[in-house]
Design a protein around this ligand. Structure first.
Ligand SMILES: Cc1cc2nc3c(=O)[nH]c(=O)nc-3n(C[C@H](O)[C@H](O)[C@H](O)COP(=O)(O)OP(=O)(O)OC[C@H]3O[C@@H](n4cnc5c(N)ncnc54)[C@H](O)[C@@H]3O)c2cc1C
Length: 544
């Protein structure tokens, strides 16, 4: 059973070892574990639905609570405190594209707003209903999760858009294929959500981002069905798939997607390598990116993330041994840990590892024992469960990310981290802030910042602390020329920064497309484009 107010399955936990708890305490003080509201209390606070009975719609309070919020820190604060400003009035679980069509027609007739919903793992407010006099209906695509067609000659597969990561791989792996798209949220996020928010998997270096693998599909819009044929390539004008990629549920509901699939790799390994400092590590990554070596993943942690990762692992003896050993050979407190992956045939894996190690060593890289790579691999989808544990111990955790050209990387990472430090200092609150380079390109890289702090005395104060940090970090990113998001998307939380990136004409173009598809703002208004203007939309029509 999925947690209603946290991450993942209720049966899975990520306990914090005692040494790790002590480490956190030494860095940011004791947590502030005020009690959470119970599920029963939240259920009792759900207002009556404003939707009339409809065969495709459930107005059960349980479903409305489960679909009320995503996974951002403000979402957590709301769900754990019960301060939830809006619930969907109902949730529909369409079984096929005809039922999706019926729901769009229903919205057209009644003025109800629809929120397409995949796995609800958004961290930027994508799927939250906004307070409004107009009812909101969440459309959960979870039942549309079948393999529809497998074209082995072309290595293409067509799936229902609501399929999640594990189910998608479970359909492909026995047939000898993988999609290779592994965002950290893989356990819960869905194919349609990946497309609609332009997500990136951890092994994008080898398998590509979602836009590299989304080959076509079917979208139900308010104007009718939109088919996107899967061509290997086309010069027939602008690529319409790019209107759907990153559309965040604003243009239509993706019902099917055809994706490029890959033969299961014969071999795959992840390795850990230590560098003396950040500069030597990032120089090594740049050289690997420029040499186009077929590694599958490169993830370089800064010194603070390296220390925190080792300490939170709770492997006291191993960490102490590593600290002593590495210190003796000159890898002191500034050391940075790289995890890199190699994926493919045995021959390619061996060759790539050899080539990569030569480059990494030439920058002072010190190969760690293979166990570090194995531990990372084992816990790659478990780490989000730590958020539950930290919260229960009185800590909050938030992340943000961007991508910048190599020439701006150093200034932008420093500015973003400094923004968090300074905001926290001004609030008199200690913070643990760290980052890693997460996706590498020949012209730049994305970096991902995590910060942990004590929950404040009240949910409002925790939210205010988060907002001050989020604003400072976002402003630092855009001021230094970074994109406001490399992979999480825009939702509500980034909407006010979009114009800086797209420019006035770019925004006009996006708004024009939006107006053409959905002039009445029936589909997920207020997300991507800050155009919610909730109550000025057309008055409710007949049939409500
Ligand atoms: C712990 C954690 C780790 C994460 N790691 C990563 C990561 O490594 N890489 C990454 O890219 N992101 C990551 N994310 C962010 C999030 O998982 C992604 O944005 C993901 O793509 C969202 O997919 P979803 O199915 O959960 O979509 P949802 O959250 O349900 O929806 C996201 C948006 O897509 C729209 N949408 C969903 N399905 C459809 C559809 N069928 N048709 C039209 N619109 C639709 C929704 O309306 C909404 O606007 C992470 C999030 C968490 C909480």
């Amino acid at each position: 059973m999925r947690r209603w107010n946290g991450w993942g399955d209720e049966a899975t936990d990520y306990p914090l070892p005692e040494s790790a708890a002590l480490y956190l305490e030494s860095k940011i003080g004791s947590g502030n574990p005020s009690p959470d509201i119970s599920f029963k209390q939240v259920l009792a606070s759900v207002p009556a639905s404003r939707l009339p009975e409809h065969p495709l719609i459930s107005t059960a309070p349980t479903e409305r609570v489960f679909h009320a919020r995503g996974q951002s820190l403000p979402d957590w604060i709301a769900m754990r405190s019960g301060q939830i400003d809006a619930f969907p009035d109902g949730v529909a679980f369409p079984q096929d594209k005809q039922q999706v069509r019926d729901l769009l027609i229903y919205a057209g007739h009644t003025g109800v707003r629809l929120i397409p919903y995949g796995g609800g793992t958004s961290v930027v407010g994508h799927i939250n209903p906004l307070p409004s006099a107009i009812p909101a209906l969440t459309v959960d695509l979870g039942c549309m999760n079948q393999l529809i067609k497998l074209d082995e000659d072309s290595q293409l597969a067509t799936f229902g858009a609501g399929i999640n990561g594990p189910d998608l791989e479970a359909q492909l792996n026995p047939r000898g294929y993988t999609f290779g798209h592994f965002p950290q949220s893989w356990e819960l996020s869905t194919l349609g959500g990946w497309i609609a928010s332009r997500s990136s998997g951890q092994q994008s270096y080898c398998y590509g981002r979602i836009e590299d693998n989304f080959k076509g599909g079917h979208v139900e819009t308010l104007l009718g069905p939109l088919d996107l044929p899967a061509f290997p390539a086309s010069a027939a004008g602008p690529d319409l798939r790019h209107a759907i990629l990153g559309s965040e549920g604003r243009l239509g509901i993706i019902t099917q997607a055809t994706i490029r699939i890959y033969p299961l790799p014969e071999d795959e390994h992840f390795y850990g390598v230590f560098f003396r400092d950040w500069e030597s590590g990032s120089a090594a990554l740049l050289q690997i990116a420029r040499s186009h070596l077929p590694v599958s993943m490169l993830r370089l942690s800064d010194a603070q993330e390296t220390e925190t990762t080792l300490e939170l692992s709770g492997k006291v003896k191993l960490v102490s041994l590593a600290n002593t050993g590495l210190g003796l050979v000159g890898y002191g407190p500034e050391r940075c840990l790289l995890i890199y992956g190699v994926t493919g045939s045995r021959r390619i894996v061996q060759w790539t590892r050899h080539q990569a190690n030569a480059i990494l060593r030439s920058h002072g890289g010190f190969p760690a024992i293979e166990m570090i790579g194995k531990i990372w691999q084992k816990s790659r989808f478990l780490t989000p469960y730590l958020r539950n544990t930290l919260w229960e111990k009185g800590y909050a955790i938030d992340t943000f990310e961007t991508a910048v050209p190599w020439s701006k990387l150093s200034a932008t990472t420093s500015a973003a981290k400094a923004a968090i430090q300074q905001t926290s200092e001004a609030a008199g609150e200690p913070v643990l802030v760290f980052s890693h380079l997460s996706h590498i390109y020949s012209d730049g890289a994305s970096f991902y910042v995590t910060y942990i702090f004590r929950r404040q005395e009240t949910p409002d104060a925790t939210f205010a602390y988060w907002l001050a940090n989020k604003t400072a970090a976002s402003q630092a990113i855009v001021a230094n020329g970074g994109t406001i998001s490399h992979q999480h998307g825009i939702g509500t939380d980034h909407a006010c920064y979009l114009a800086t990136e797209k420019g006035a004409l770019g925004m006009k173009l996006l708004q024009t497309i939006q107006n053409a598809f959905d002039p009445d703002r029936l589909l997920n208004p207020g997300k991507l484009l800050a155009d919610a203007d909730q109550d000025s939309a057309p008055a409710q029509k007949e049939g409500m």
